[in-house]
Structure formats: C-alpha cells, structure tokens
Design a binder for this molecule. Structure first.
Ligand code: C2E
Ligand code: CA
Ligand code: CA
Length: 742
C-alpha cells in the first residue's frame, strides 16, 4: 500500500495554531433552583464573583420552582451544573425534579448538587445513588472557596462527559462515512462521497474539491475530479484555474510536503497511489467555523479510510485494466473488444464496421524466429495499423495472431488500403520482414445478433474460412451469418447428441471388381436430429473437427462399429470393416488407447479393422501422424489413405507412410468418362499401387462404364452406389443374404 501511516501526519504547527489561537471562550452554564429569593440572590452574586480559568465564563441561570426549572432545562440543553434546593413547593420537590431530569428528560450528563437549609434533612444514600445525585451540601457550609471547588470540579466532569459523548457520536459518523465511501468503486462517485462525508463529520455545508494528478508531473496538470457547494462550478477544470488562485500557494505547500494541513477555515488532505498507478490526490474542504480539536481528530481517523479507498480503487482499476489489455504489449485485448461492442448504442452499432486481421504463417514464424521476435512483430503491426487507419479507430489484439479494429462504417476501404492492410512490410531489430494477412470486413448491422462474444466468434469463423481458402480479403455477408448461426446451433446440438450416444453407423459394402464378391465394408457416421432430419456427415464432421468434438464423436462411432462387426461375425460374415479417423484423433494420445481398449473389450481381431485417413490430413503434421499410424499398424490394423489424389502429397511422403490401401477419390471416378485428366490421375495411382504394393479401392462408382473401365485398368476393389448405398446393420444383413454373400 502506498499510503504509509506517516504520510497522514498533520503538520504540528497548524494543529497547535488551531489549539492556541482559535480555542473559543468556553461558557459554563450553571442553574440555581431555589424558592428562597434572598438566598438565591446571594448565591448568584457569589457565583458571579468566582475567578475562573482562562477563556472560561460563567453564565448563571435561575429558577424558583421545580416546574420553572424543567422549562429552563428543556430550553437549554448544555447546562452543566444544577444547584438544587431540596425543599421548595413541597418537601421533596427537589428530589422529584431530579427524577424528572434523569428519567423523563433523559439527561444523564448534567451534574446535580443538592443544597438544603435544614441540617437535619439528608436523603438516604440509596436515594442519592438511585437518583444519580452528585453531591449534597448544607447551605450554611457553602463558603466562596467551597462554591468555587463545587462549580469547577463539576463543570470539568460535565465537560469531560460531554466530550466523550461527542466523540462517540463523531466516531459513529466516521464509521457511517467510511461505510458510505467504501461502497463506491469508481472515482467520481467515491470522491463525491468523500466530500459529502467530510462535510457531515465537521458539520459544515459541503464545499470542497478533489483533484487527481500524475505524481510524476507538475501539479499544474492535475484536474478537479469532483467539486461541491461553493466550488461546484469548477468540476472538470484544471487545478491551476484562475478561480482557485488564492489557494495555489497553500496547495503547492501541501503537495511539496505531501502532508495534510489544516488552517482555520480550510483543510487540505494529500493521498497517493504511487506504487499502483503513479497518481496523487488532493482534497480541499472549506469550513466557515474554525474546526474543533474533536473535528480534527475525527478527520484524522477518516483520512485513513479515504487513503485506503483510493488505494482500493486504484487496485481495482489495475486489475480491470489487466483483464482488458495484453499484459506485455499493452494493447487492448479481446475482452476489451467485446466490452466495446457490448457497450455500443444502436446508433453506434449501425455506424460501425469490424475489421479482423489474421497474421498468416504465424505459427511457422514463431517456430523459426522465437517468441521475442513475434512480440516485436505484433507491436510493429499494431503501430502500423494505428498509422494506416483513421484516428478514432479502436485497434485491439483480439487473439494471439489476430487484430480486430472497430471503425466508422463510412470509412472507405480502397483496394490500395486493403493491400496495405494485408501485406505489411516491417523492420524488427533492423531486419526487414513481410507479414501477410487475411482480412475480414464486417458491418455490424449485417448481423442479427447482439451478443458481443458471438459476433467476435462469428467473425473469427469467417476469417478462419478465408485463411483456409487462402483468400486475403473477405466481406462478411448475411448469407455467412445464416451459415454460421446454423453451424453454431448444430454444434450445441451435436455435443448433446454425442453425450447421449445418439449417433449411429451405416455400413457400405466394398466389392472385388474382378469377382463381384463383397470384400469388406466402410463404416460411416450418421446423425439424425430430434426432428427426424439427417445432417450430412460432411457438415457435422467439419463442425466436430473445428469445435473439438471429433475425438468423442469418432470414439462413439468406433464403438458402434465394433457392435456392428460383432453382429456380422455372429451371423458368419467374417469381413473387415473400415472406420474413418481424423488427424485430430491421430494426434490425440487418448484415441489410440481408446481404440485398442475397445478392441480388447469386444474381443475382436484387429485384422478385421481398417483405419481410413484422408491423404490431406495424413500429410499435415506428417511426422507425428506417421508415428501414430505406425502404432495402429503395429496393432494389426490396416491403414487406408482416403480421398487419394486430392492431397498433392509427394512420392517421398507416400512411400514413408505405413499404408496398405489407397482409395481413389470419388471426384476422379465420377469424371473419368468425360475427363482424360481424371483417367490419367487414376492410372498414375494404379501404377503407384502396383509399385508399392497397395490395394487400390475406387470410391463412388455409380455407372457400369466406370466399373468396366476401372476393372480393365486393374483396380482391385470398388465402392459405390452401383453396388450398394450405405445401410444400417439390419438392412445390410438383409442385403447380404439377398446377395448370397455367404
Ligand atoms: P468418405 O470417407 O470418403 O466416405 C465416402 C463417402 O462417399 C460417404 O459419404 C458415402 O456415402 C459416399 N458415397 C459412397 N458411394 C457413393 C457414390 O456412388 N456416389 C456418391 N455420390 N457418394 C458415394 P458420407 O457418408 O456422406 O460421408 C462423407 C464423409 O464424411 C466421409 O467421406 C468421411 O470423410 C466423413 N465421415 C463419415 N463418417 C465419418 C466418421 O465416422 N468419422 C470421420 N472422422 N469422418 C467420417
Ligand atoms: Ca472413408
Ligand atoms: Ca473417400
């Protein structure tokens, strides 16, 4: 905490000043209650003749009956001492008056001294204490000296009790005040409450200012944060404003000494939160009446609370700031972006566009040049963006390689500017570097969605798509919104369906082209939604892959495949089944464990299984996937390279991958009748198969021509609607028996 206790010191000379020069004359009020007027006159005269301490004065009030005394006491609450005759209108009138004062008027403070003219009359001890009477004297014994001692000792006691009471009330006020300011978490309302509460504590109409400045800058730059009463019109102005010029010397002194100073009519309090945010604060409060020492003491206590209040707010702001900025680069982050979008008015929403940029080849760059370099690149890009884009654009680092900018919709994105944004020449540590970007341009009002986080993630999905397609600039459209919304709701539904094990498998036969025999099956995932509709696998598999659901999906499908295989075996169909695995599965350590565990659980032979992975996926992260495939192969599972011909893998890669089978992609098969190039590709694949001893499967055979051509060229196996569509197990069993497969 920056508020060390000694920074609360009140300058000694000023406190002294307050005590000596300003202590007001104290009035001691004494009430004489007496029905004997002669005696009373004599008493009053003696009282007035008493010599009292410096700066004290006696005010003597009189009453001649208990009734009259009540009236005086009701009107004057600060009477310190009552000299009370016991016998008045009645024998015990005095004693009954005591009862009224203590019980009915509730005045426990006033000192009561009983005086009696009848020496024989003395109240019982119990009565004295029950009625809370302080002293009892015989009138005849009261000499001037005695009177002096009675008055001064009792008035002193009364003062003491009154001060204690005042302090008790004062502390209660400070306690309330502390509670009130501690519930404010923003500077404007905190500082206003501080002024308010100081006003209450020192009992003046609020009239003060709170300013905040940077501790490292001259005080001229401090601003008035809050101002009340006579200063209200100064809120928001600089502290050096002319209207405050008479205070400037005092303020300067306070800021130099960094101490609180109280002058007769003005109090200055200094606080700082230097360790947290380099800020210092000055509170100035005017008081019409000079402050009493009780007030000063209460202010001292309250100051501790103000100090910790400033510290708490500074800490809170720091924490908030950290949540909204990239801690090392000090650039607003994704949270900040979401907050800005969230806080927009409808009008602003209509007027705003969101640009999102993703640095291409970022991970490669990070791998090659290291973390420090990457941070340098990001800092430069940020600087560049701020230079290129109009002032007022809000630039954020919304992902580890992604910038998002909120800017005016009217701002024209010219082709030159798009170029500048997507190809960025920068120098990091003197080395020239070119960063390439994909850029997404989204008008916020094209989206019928108002959750900021959803908007950001929609923009992100569209940008990801653009990056995958290697497109540099893409505009967000309504169509995309619809697709993405559908994807989003499908994803939530899919997660639930996987959890409930609601996905199923269909099996599609693979047929020997030379004999026409069924030689195996491919298991294909099927997802039927609650409304009965089927979602195409291409769609939900892509969703599962991008949302991290693919592993649990494939594990579920694998288990269902094992169940189907078991049923076929029971019926005597001992044929291998292929299952599809994504690269995400293959790179996940749990997938292998799951698959091998499941095979054991069902007690099936791995030789009856074939793992299909697309060529494209097999060559992404080639080394690790190769290693993973080897583990499956070592278990006795065959490996198929699916959709072959679309992945442009090099021969070197193919020969290195542990694979037993290649599946020619459907696109070549479907075009082979008309497209010479497709025929050429298929021939190449067939040659490759012969050379490396792969089994070749042709996918998507729909026509006799395709079947004949492929058979002639020496393709081993075919799969396609010409032979059979994918079927659920029951249907397949019927189909198998109808086709006399056994
Ligand atoms: P794929 O692995 O290439 O599967 C073959 C696809 O071609 C299947 O589509 C199948 O129904 C379809 N097909 C078979 N014969 C013909 C034909 O003669 N003509 C036409 N037009 N299509 C034919 P499907 O079932 O829609 O699956 C699409 C893709 O989804 C699969 O392509 C595969 O990549 C993926 N997939 C399916 N099930 C799973 C799964 O359980 N896990 C994973 N990771 N991917 C799966
Ligand atoms: Ca497949
Ligand atoms: Ca395929």
């Amino acid at each position: 905490m920056s508020q060390a206790n000694d920074s609360f010191k009140f300058t000694e000379e000023t406190t002294q000043q307050v005590k000596t020069k300003l202590t007001p004359i104290q009035v001691w009020k004494v009430l004489s209650v007496e029905d004997n007027l002669d005696y009373q006159n004599a008493l009053v005269a003696s009282l007035e003749a008493l010599i009292l301490p410096n700066r004290t004065r006696l005010q003597v009030l009189t009453a001649n009956s208990a009734f009259e005394a009540c009236k005086v006491l009701n009107a004057q609450k600060d009477i310190g001492l009552i000299l009370l005759d016991v016998v008045m209108e009645e024998d015990d009138a005095g004693l009954r008056l005591v009862n009224t004062i203590r019980k009915e008027q509730g005045n426990a403070q006033v000192r009561i001294v009983l005086l009696t003219g009848q020496p024989g009359f003395a109240p019982e001890k119990e009565v004295m204490s029950a009625l809370d009477i302080d002293e009892y004297w015989n009138k005849a014994d009261i000499t001037p000296e005695k009177l002096h001692s009675i008055v001064s000792s009792n008035i002193r006691t009364w003062n003491y009790i009154a001060a204690l009471n005042e302090a008790k009330q004062g502390l209660q006020i400070v306690l309330d005040a502390a509670r009130s300011i501690n519930s404010r978490y923003d500077l404007p309302s905190f500082t206003r409450a501080v002024l308010n509460e100081i006003g209450r504590i020192i009992n003046v109409k609020e009239c003060g200012i709170v300013c905040m400045g940077d501790c490292t800058l001259p005080f001229e730059q401090a601003q008035i944060l809050s101002a009340t009463g006579c200063f209200a019109h100064l809120e928001g102005l600089p502290l050096v404003d002319q209207q405050l010029s008479i205070m400037h010397a005092d303020i300067r002194a306070v800021l130099e000494k960094k101490q609180n100073v109280i002058t007769p009519t003005q109090s200055f309090f200094y606080f700082e939160t230097k360790n947290i945010n380099e800020k210092c604060y000055l509170v100035v409060v005017n008081s019409e009446q000079p402050l009493t020492s009780a007030h000063i003491n209460l202010l001292k206590v309250f100051c501790e609370n103000i100090g910790s209040g400033f510290t708490n707010i500074a800490l809170l702001n720091r924490v908030t700031e950290l949540a909204y900025t990239h801690s090392e680069l000090n650039i607003p982050n994704r949270n900040w972006l979401s907050k800005e979008i969230h806080n927009m008015s409808r009008q602003e929403w209509r007027q705003t566009r969101l640009l999102m940029l993703e640095v291409k080849f970022f991970d490669e760059m990070k791998f090659t040049f290291g973390y420090e370099f990457i941070q340098g690149v990001l800092a430069h890009i940020y600087k560049n963006l701020r230079q290129i884009l109009p002032s007022g654009s809000r630039v954020t680092l919304s992902g580890h390689k992604q910038f998002s900018i909120l800017l005016d919709k009217e701002f024209k994105l010219s082709p030159e500017l798009i170029d500048k944004l997507t190809i960025n020449e920068i120098k990091v540590d003197g080395v020239a570097h070119t960063s390439l970007f994909s850029l997404l341009d989204m008008q916020l009002d094209t989206i019928n969605q108002n959750s900021a986080t959803k908007i950001v993630s929609m923009a992100e999905s569209a940008l990801k798509e653009a990056t995958l397609k290697n497109v540099s600039y893409v505009q967000y459209s309504q169509e995309k919104t619809d697709t993405i919304s559908r994807r989003y709701s499908l994803m939530t539904e899919l997660r639930q369906s996987i959890r409930e094990g609601k996905l199923n498998v269909m099996l599609q036969p693979k047929v020997s082209l030379s004999t026409g025999d069924v030689v195996g099956f491919e298991a294909l995932a099927r997802w039927q939604r609650d409304d009965g509709s089927f979602v195409p696998p291409d769609e939900f598999i892509a969703i599962a892959e991008t949302s991290g659901l693919i592993i649990s999906l494939d594990c579920l499908i694998f288990e269902k495949t094992m169940q189907a295989l078991q049923r076929l075996l029971e019926l005597g169909y001992t044929l291998p089944v292929a299952f599809n695995a994504s690269s995400f599965d293959l790179l996940h350590p749990d997938y292998f464990t799951y698959v091998s565990g499941c095979i054991k659980k069902y007690g099936l032979s791995p030789a009856l299984l074939e793992l299909e992975v697309t060529e494209t996926q097999a060559i992404t992260d080639y080394e690790r996937i190769r290693h993973s495939l080897q583990r499956f192969a070592a278990l006795g599972i065959k490996i198929s390279l699916d959709d072959f011909g679309t992945g442009h893998s090099s021969l070197a890669h193919i020969s290195n991958i542990t694979a037993h089978c290649i599946k020619i992609d459907r696109s070549f098969v479907s075009q082979l009748e008309t497209d010479k190039n497709s025929q050429h590709v298929i021939n190449m694949i067939l040659n490759l198969g012969k050379k490396f001893n792969f089994t070749i499967v042709a996918e998507g055979i729909e026509t006799d021509y395709q079947k004949q051509w492929l058979t002639k060229m020496g393709c081993d196996v075919g799969q396609g609607y010409l032979f059979a569509k994918p079927m659920f197990t029951d249907e397949l069993i019927e189909w198998l028996s109808a086709n006399n497969t056994i």
